[in-house]
Design a protein around this ligand. Sequence first.
Ligand code: NAD
Length: 501
Amino acid sequence: MTVQIRPVELKQSVRDFKMLIDGTWTAGAEGRVIERTAPSHGVVVSRYQAATKVDAERAIAAARKAFDEGPWPNMTAGERSNILLKAADLIAARLDEIAYLDAIEAGKPISQCKGEIGGAVDIWRYAASLARTLYGESYNNLGEGTMGVVLREPIGVVSIITPWNFPFLIVAQKLPFALAAGCTAVVKPSELTSGSTLVLGEILMEAGVPEGVVNIIVGTGPDVGSVMTSHPDVDMVSFTGSTGVGKLTMASAAQHLKKVSLELGGKNPQIVFPDANLDDFIDAAVFGAYFNAGECCNAGSRLILHTDIASDVIARIAELSKKVKVGDPLDPTTQVGAIITPQHLEKISGYVSGASSGGATVAFGGGTLDLGMGQYMTPTILSGVTRDMAVAREEVFGPVLSVLTFETTAEAIQIANSTDYGLSAGVWSQNFDTCMTIGRKVRAGTIWMNTFMDGTPELPFGGFRQSGLGRELGKHAVEDYTEMKTLNMHIGRRTGWWMPR
Ligand code: NAD
């Protein structure tokens, strides 16, 4: 059993939010409200105004006008950068409030939320620095009569759609870069965790972002997400969420051939060789599987262990799993919080029971946890998993670790590449050649070597195959929100078409 932390009754009252359209906080056209029940405490904690198609269209029109008429795209990069830096300072000043909202709406540990909001501040500052270094190209080597200049122009209006698992961090991977480029945006957080993104709207207004540049609406995918992906006045869609909805997004955006950027699911392997530093690995295995209750695109949900070390490693991971603290996300010592919804908990449990009836062994945990309120799950280890099982191929999105084994490096690579995903992977070995071979052969956007789930704004992040399209973060992140325009200039008289001059 893991250490259990029973939730303490909430003292804070329900918080009401409006949506932000054209610089004004407003109710939805139909006056409908979406209520969010805390997954940890089972009581309503937030109420958002539900946007309709009409609200989504108003938000898009405001973003279009703010882009076409300015001033945002016409401001200097320095001016935009200073506003982004001010926003970063204001986020830092409201860190505790934002962290509380993410903890109570998403069920994630408060200490982790504080780290995520701090990480978001760093990303806003990084994006501000990139605003000032965005530049195009010039060609002075095209002969006497020709010179070429390639401009980087903001792409226009961007629809930004985010999931519930990292509400504030993921919008930070998109919005500041779009703003740095000079774009305007309509943002739709998940209808389960919209609070912190709406607070971001207040911060951006205070930082000096002009009216209409950032519009934030709350609603479901079918109600408003679909309008944001299909509307002809939107130039680009930046989406993070499930692979299934990512495909719908791409199909919808294809009607007007919008640019799409997709950050989708993962089924990330950690490959462990007998010469690995196992003390470091055991800690990373537990962290990789249970961090954010496993509700993480990057979760290290598949362990691929060399057969020589498998039983020892499983026993050690099970031993450490006992020490993991599960429960009230508001307790500063909690490591694993609540599961996002009762339906999602059922889905995770279904994967575990399906795997055990299919021949896998529950080596640790396996059940739900009754802590008196909310919904929780015990960290779980499944051994004897084979690559054809659903738990080995599909995103479980819960604190469930599936263990597979290998004998040769080629087999490990084959297993690692045997799902539709390719978001991230880890390799554990003290041998440089082994790490480099895995690093080059495993098809994933990030390969961690002797570590797991480290990140920094300088390093690009994104997926191969059905884990997505494009990359976020890194020095090219602002360019993603631009169009290239070629200025092809002639010097002197133009060469005639009919007759040489
Ligand atoms: P989801 O796909 O259900 O929803 C994501 C967002 O899309 C939400 O805002 C939702 O309201 C919206 N949406 C739903 N239907 C839509 C539609 N038809 N048109 C437009 N928008 C629509 O995902 P989720 O359950 O919120 O999040 C979990 C998923 O996100 C997991 O698959 C996870 O791997 C993925 N994820 C990926 C990354 C990454 O960077 N690769 C990061 C975090 C989460």
